[in-house]
Design a protein around this ligand. Sequence first.
Ligand SMILES: Nc1ncnc2c1ncn2[C@@H]1O[C@H](COP(=O)(O)OP(=O)(O)OP(=O)(O)O)[C@@H](O)[C@H]1O
Ligand SMILES: [Mg+2]
Length: 290
Amino acid sequence: MDYLTCDQVKFSYETGENGESREVLHGVSLGIRKGEFVALLGHNGSGKSTLAKHFNAMLLPSSGKVYVDGLDTMDESLKIEIRRRVGLVLQNPDNQLIASVVEEDVAFGPENLGIAPPEIRRRVDDALKAVEMYDYRLNAPYKLSGGQKQRVAIAGIIAMQPDCIVLDEPTAMLDPRGRTEVLDTIHKLNREKGITIVLITHYMDEAVGADRVVVMDDGKILTQGTPREVFSQVQLLKDHQLDVPQATELVWRLRSEGYDLPDCVLDIGECVDALEPLLKSSSGDSYVCP
Ligand SMILES: Nc1ncnc2c1ncn2[C@@H]1O[C@H](COP(=O)(O)OP(=O)(O)OP(=O)(O)O)[C@@H](O)[C@H]1O
Ligand SMILES: [Mg+2]
């Protein structure tokens, strides 16, 4: 059975005072397996954040159902249990850190769950070690870099011992180094702790490392599959104002110029492997550096 299940989820935001509403999810069905790493893509306003908030009962479907480990998010009595199992990390780390000391911030979640102090201490230390921020435990969050703050926010979620972490553009406000730190952390948590990951991102290269890519468009799922299955549909993605990874785009353009190249490459390594024979054959024996 899937860990997260959306069954024909529709959702409308109230937009006017006299009960007007606008439907922004138009029947989304999706299953995410335990331990899976899913990247959720889609252009601005396609409904990614709205869907993400359904995964931990922050929003409830107007119709259809969302289940977390079999628990119905519509059941008010299960809300705390659902929020413990599925943690949500948002774009701006400054809005997520509230305490004046890093370790107090990480302790906040487990304290709210009523966990005993010695166990909280253990969880806070473990969580900070997992995101490699243990040495900063007594620091003030405002003095940290963006990537470090985001990792502390992730530690705050890990301390609740969730099964799943949903991250809504966690790297959007970070510099390249911060992005790498956060991405590496998410992959490590998935690999080593088996935490299910749903990563919403506008960076296509971040999606390449996922087990599955789900693409949303106008409140519906446009396509989904392995990164290779999804990114080989370059024209479809372009028609919906979406990019593909740079390496994919380059090889796709050369193919459309008639060059004999593979269907879909996903990263620079594969791109080099694809282009090398071409460059060699076009310049006799001498190798031309790309
Ligand atoms: N609180 C709200 N009230 C009314 N409409 C909203 C609200 N939040 C989002 N919307 C609308 O719902 C639709 C989906 O928005 P959502 O934020 O889920 O998209 P998104 O895919 O996360 O976009 P982005 O990439 O910009 O973050 C958009 O048309 C948006 O304008
Ligand atoms: Mg969003």
